[in-house]
Write a protein that binds this ligand. Structure first.
Ligand SMILES: Cc1cc2nc3c(=O)[nH]c(=O)nc-3n(C[C@H](O)[C@H](O)[C@H](O)COP(=O)(O)OP(=O)(O)OC[C@H]3O[C@@H](n4cnc5c(N)ncnc54)[C@H](O)[C@@H]3O)c2cc1C
Length: 467
């Protein structure tokens, strides 16, 4: 049903965007044929990449694509872990990398307005320079773009206290698949005027519209931050402790991260750096933020004492920038370390209610032993969101692919039994699409398809994704 970009159509497209905004060189196209998901089956070459420079230009590209039935795949930084930015049906990859301006920081409304190609870290830095916090903090924040964060409703290290990306979005400009430009929301704390299209766009993985401008909420930057690094002798003890912090210490930490021994070792090897107690079966990172020095000290002392009561081997207090950075560098480098040391892997993103993490982790342990598959486990324990990762020491082949598929099915089945779901933050994309019917009913899937048709009747925007 889609058309290819013939020489004539390519000429028309070049006339629309200008020759400096389009590329069809094979070598260049290759870069835009995949994201961070491993494996040849998650690669597909586009016919052209358009480097968008303005909303107006994107609107014209979409009108052209809609008229000629050419698929368009929006792309941020390509750090996605679901194949969402892969142009599985060919056509145009629409890169947002040149739309990277911070438009305005408005201290009076506590908002920052940005284009979609701004790197997440830049937003955090700009806000911090004004004594404000942008609380979105995925581990890929030094590379991923804010537009990609919205499209995936990215989570990260501060969700437990501040919520995922969507919780920080107040307004968005969107180009719809037919080229119409619309604006949803504004610098408004509340808004129930019509359906909540912002929250429909957030997490829609680039299938409903292209996000071209974003108003984000900022909050006052906490004055004091302390991170605790807490080793445990067993994974079970570490994981069982997670819900206790919130229930018994009456505290919502800013971060509550989990690393098993294998993931910690990989990070250490990757960074050529050592963390204390690296023989321990598991480490938690517990972040505490607040405005009073004494209040923060009280909280971390209370949590520290609880750690010992629940079996911690030690509690390391990182209260200066250097030690805090060392801990977070290790945590944030795990995904990159896996990619560096394993020719193939399958990184998952399952999420369960936080009181079910112990059952999830004991199932993963059993699965790994029973099926003889190496795993590494880490993640956002405070959100019940674990990155269970299957590792292969060999390059991909059919045997490995079949083995991963069989193990994924077992993992998802157990996660669903525990009241969880397939993805907490990485999205469905193409990678998890075959498994969606395990998690959603037929009527839910049909509703997704009907919403998609309402926005994009010709199915030209990021086709072949989600369901
Ligand atoms: C080392 C590493 C660590 C990571 N850590 C985390 C983490 O802690 N938490 C987390 O949630 N994720 C994490 N991720 C996954 C990834 O970084 C996030 O999903 C991120 O939000 C993707 O942003 P991107 O700019 O790279 O988007 P891309 O990968 O380019 O695209 C992702 C999806 O968004 C769509 N899209 C991109 N821009 C737009 C736009 N402007 N309008 C509409 N659709 C758009 C694309 O079509 C695609 O479907 C990690 C990835 C890596 C490699």
């Amino acid at each position: 049903m889609f058309n290819r970009l013939t020489t004539q159509l390519l000429k028309e497209l070049t006339d629309i965007v200008g020759s400096h905004c389009i590329n069809t060189d094979e070598e260049r196209l290759e870069v835009y044929s995949h994201d961070e998901v491993k494996g040849e089956k998650y690669k597909h070459m586009p016919e052209a990449v358009v480097f968008a420079e303005s909303t107006k230009q994107i609107s014209k590209v979409m009108a052209f694509a809609n008229q000629h039935l050419i698929p368009v795949t929006p792309r941020g930084a390509g750090t996605g872990l679901s194949g969402g930015a892969v142009p599985i049906k060919g056509g145009i990859v629409l890169s947002l990398e040149r739309m990277n301006r911070i438009v305005e920081l408005d201290e009076e409304t506590l908002t920052i307005t940005v284009e979609p190609g701004v790197i997440t870290d830049e937003i955090q830095k700009m806000a911090a320079a004004s004594g404000l916090l942008y609380a979105g903090d995925p581990c890929s924040s030094d590379a991923s773009f804010i537009g990609g964060n919205l499209a995936e409703n990215a989570g990260g290290n501060k969700v437990v206290k501040y919520g995922p990306t969507g919780d920080h979005v107040m307004g968005i400009e969107v180009v719809l698949p037919d080229g119409t430009v619309d604006f949803f929301g504004g610098k408004l704390v509340k808004n129930v005027t019509g359906y909540d299209f912002i929250n429909l766009m957030v997490g829609s993985e680039g299938t409903l519209g292209i996000i071209t401008k974003i108003i984000l909420k900022l909050i006052p930057l906490p004055e004091f931050t302390v991170d605790l690094l807490v080793p445990f002798k067993t994974v079970e003890e570490a994981i069982a402790f997670v819900p206790k912090i919130m229930i018994e210490a009456h505290t919502i930490p800013a971060s509550l991260e989990f690393m098993d021994n294998a993931s910690l070792r990989l990070a250490e090897r990757f960074l050529n750096n050592e963390l204390p107690y690296s023989d321990s079966a598991a480490h938690l990172i517990i972040g505490i933020e607040g405005n009073g020095r004494e209040q923060v000290a009280d909280e971390y002392e209370k949590i520290g004492q609880m750690c010992f009561k629940y079996g911690a081997q030690e509690v390391f207090v990182a209260d200066n920038r250097n030690t805090r950075e060392k801990i977070w560098k290790a945590r944030k480098s795990i995904a990159e370390a896996i990619s560096a040391f394993y020719p193939d892997f399958c990184m998952e993103d399952v999420v369960v209610p936080i009181n079910k993490i112990p059952q999830l982790m004991s199932f993963v342990n059993e699965l790994s032993q029973r099926e003889h598959i190496e795993t590494v486990n880490f993640g956002h324990a405070g959100d019940g969101n674990m990155h269970v990762t299957f590792l292969s020491a060999e390059k991909t082949d059919k045997i490995w692919n079949d083995k991963v598929e069989a193990n994924l099915k077992q993992l998802y089945k157990r996660v669903l039994e525990l009241g969880g779901t397939l993805s907490g933050e990485h999205g469905i994309g193409i990678k998890r699409m075959p498994y969606l019917p395990m998690a959603l009913s037929q009527s839910q899937i049909s509703l997704i398809k009907r919403v998609k048709r309402a926005f994009d009747p010709n199915d030209i925007l990021n086709p072949g994704k989600i369901c």
